[in-house]
Design a protein around this ligand. Structure first.
Ligand SMILES: [Zn+2]
Length: 275
């Protein structure tokens, strides 16, 4: 039983603010330890539930946040940027389940540090007409490979979002959202135990099935018109509104590759205080 953990940081225990997740800051140095603690709890639970191989894919920012020296030695970690499947790199390596750890809600809705890829420039993403968080997008990639989502952790609104896109997955809310930068946080002494228990229980749903490759459409809305114009130069991407682009792809995997290009071009087109 090979299991993958896609590990993001905004939804980790205690994280509530920008500085908590920006590499190099003092707060980030503190919270990367709590983040590693959440990941270790998931690894321990997965192994207790029957996992024989665990791959942790770092999915936040520079993708160099977790402390390898503190990682549970029953897992291996994929660290660093430029991976074709991005947050889901490894999903095609024969895994029997995936954990979305430290996830957050999508751009334009409530939730601690809510965003989709870009912090502020993207105000909404829609997958086949449905408002989509990173979790929903990544669950569609997992489904294409026949891999079930076993567990989602994050704030309470992230868990509610996951109830819709992955109803069978376990959920652990490590904090209760008050605003984008405020939450009622449960200490790691408790979240670690809850994540471990839920990961173990989640193993009951592990097991790969036949994947279903199908065409998908993604639309992306930006907070400024020029970002949409910049993104619309990408082949297959067209302007569908003043601040909105859309594109069709033959598969979810291809859709996510195009989405990554769109986000990279838009990020590069952001202009100072005019955005
Ligand atoms: Zn994220």
């Amino acid at each position: 039983m090979r299991i993958m953990i896609s590990a993001d940081m905004e939804g980790a225990t205690g994280v509530t603010y920008t500085q908590d997740v920006i590499p190099g800051t003092e707060q980030w140095q503190r919270f990367r330890r709590l983040f590693t603690g959440d990941v270790n709890a998931a690894i321990a639970g997965l192994v207790a539930g029957g996992a024989t191989d665990v791959l942790v894919n770092e999915a936040h920012s520079s993708q160099r946040n977790l402390l390898l020296e503190d990682l549970d030695d029953r897992a291996k970690m994929l660290t660093g940027r430029h991976k074709p499947l991005s947050m889901m790199q490894g999903i095609d390596s024969g895994v029997d389940g995936v954990v979305f750890l430290g996830y957050h809600t999508g751009a334009g809705v409530d939730g601690v540090l809510a965003h989709t890829y870009l912090e502020n420039s993207i105000t909404g993403v829609w997958l086949d007409g449905v408002h989509a968080s990173e979790g929903r997008l990544n669950a569609a990639v997992a489904a294409e490979h026949g891999v079930p989502v076993l567990l989602v952790t994050g704030d309470d609104l992230t868990c509610a979002d996951a109830d819709d896109y992955a109803p069978d997955a376990g959920k652990v809310a490590v904090k209760e959202c008050v605003s984008r930068y405020a939450a009622i946080c449960t200490p790691p002494a408790r979240t670690v135990a809850e994540i471990k228990q839920a990961a173990k229980a989640g193993m009951g749903k592990a097991g790969r099935v036949d994947g279903a490759v199908a065409p998908h459409r993604i639309e992306v809305e930006f907070d400024a018109t020029h970002l949409a114009h910049a993104a619309a130069v990408v082949p297959t991407v067209e302007l569908v509104g003043t601040r909105r682009v859309g594109f069709d792809a033959v598969s979810m995997t291809e859709a996510m590759k195009a989405f990554k290009v769109v986000t990279a071009i838009a990020a590069g087109a952001v202009e100072g205080i005019y955005g």
